[in-house]
Design a protein around this ligand. Structure first.
Ligand code: SF4
Ligand code: SF4
Length: 342
């Protein structure tokens, strides 16, 4: 045990109420053991790096790498300081947890359709579990835990938890990009401050599959950041009409986009890694397509949307379901035409 860990162990033991074997472990050891059970990984970063994170994100806008509009829509919600309830936070814990694709089935005019929600979108349960684990272990030692609202992919890459793919997703060993990222502040000072330069995965140096498959050609060669304001995800996560630059046949998910993740060799092992199917009935889809005000939708539909964390995306859903219906109908019609020529 190194001196820093030994010091922490002594401190933890002093704070504890009993002298069980568990008490002799350090806080990082105890967290490791809990997160191992979820096949999750974590890294710890000093809160001193909050300024580095903020400077980097602001620099992207300042240097024209992202537009002002994109910054305001996507980055303005980040808070680069601990909350008022935990102003003496010393560390940030950044966690990567494996997450599956969520299959969605839905019915419209008697026909069954299928789509997906990509990994990383579903957060409530995972966030609650992470907070429970952290709170249980840290609060026993007299420390507090609060959620950190930060640019998660950048934080995870800088912490060494993961590496960027050319598609700007964060890849974590053993999970690929099928990883939900969460971060929390604590006033416990972790002995290790992980902070690294941004890095692309080694495999990206000899691969360009995601670039070739991207329907909007938004993955460049000359910089790490994609042209995110051209990415299909950006458009289907925000309200408005899809621009002509988005091919009709490119829609592949209820929200987000899977094209660059599906072709990525680093995700090969996780492709079949799918969640149970969530089904929307004919009535529920009619309700959405008719743009029924969210406060008037049936409780069963509201619960379903809340369970898969897309209740806040309700304004985008009529458009997003419509393009998926149109795409499938166009494909079926083209297939019928081809079959009739055989
Ligand atoms: S598809 Fe290839 S280039 Fe793109 S992220 Fe995966 S490994 Fe990297
Ligand atoms: S999510 Fe889709 S549109 Fe965005 S970079 Fe990947 S393939 Fe391109």
């Amino acid at each position: 045990m190194n001196p820093a860990n030994r010091a922490n162990s002594v401190k933890e033991t002093t704070h504890s109420h009993s002298q069980s074997v568990l008490d002799m472990r350090t806080i990082p050891d105890m967290l490791q053991s809990e997160f191992d059970q979820l096949h999750a990984k974590f890294k710890t970063v000093s809160t001193l790096h909050l300024t580095d994170l903020q400077t980097e994100i602001n620099g992207w806008q300042h240097d024209g790498i992202i537009t002002k509009k994109f910054y305001e829509q996507n980055y303005s919600q980040f808070v680069f300081h601990p909350p008022s309830t935990l102003t003496n936070a010393h560390s940030i814990i950044v966690i990567g947890i494996p997450q599956k694709i969520t299959n969605i089935a839905f019915f419209h005019q008697g026909k069954r359709y299928q789509t997906i929600i990509p990994p990383t979108y579903i957060y409530t349960k995972i966030r609650t579990i992470c907070k429970e684990i952290l709170s249980t272990i840290l609060s026993k030692q007299g420390y507090s835990v609060e959620r950190a609202i930060l640019p998660m992919k950048l934080l995870a890459v800088r912490s060494g938890l993961g590496k960027y793919g050319k598609n700007n997703l964060c890849y974590v060993d053993g999970m690929g990009s099928y990883t939900r990222l969460e971060a929390f502040y604590t006033d416990y000072e972790f002995p290790v401050d992980n902070w690294y330069e941004k890095e692309l995965m080694k495999s990206c140096s000899s691969c360009s599959l995601c670039q070739h498959t991207c329907p909007t050609q938004c993955i460049p060669n000359d910089r790490i950041l994609i042209h995110a304001d051209h990415c299909l995800t950006y458009f289907n996560e925000n309200i408005g009409v899809f621009p002509p630059s988005i091919p009709k046949q490119s829609h592949n998910a209820l929200i987000g986009c899977m094209h660059c993740q599906i072709v990525c060799p680093q995700n090969k092992k996780y492709l079949e890694y799918n969640q149970n199917t969530i089904t929307f009935t004919e009535e529920e889809i009619s309700c959405i397509l008719q743009k029924t005000p969210r406060e008037n939708i049936p409780q069963t539909l509201a619960k379903k949307l809340i369970d898969i964390d897309i209740y806040e995306d309700y304004p985008e859903l009529p458009r997003n379901f419509t393009v998926l219906i149109d795409k499938k109908n166009a494909e079926d019609s083209s297939k019928r035409h081809t079959d009739s020529l055989k």
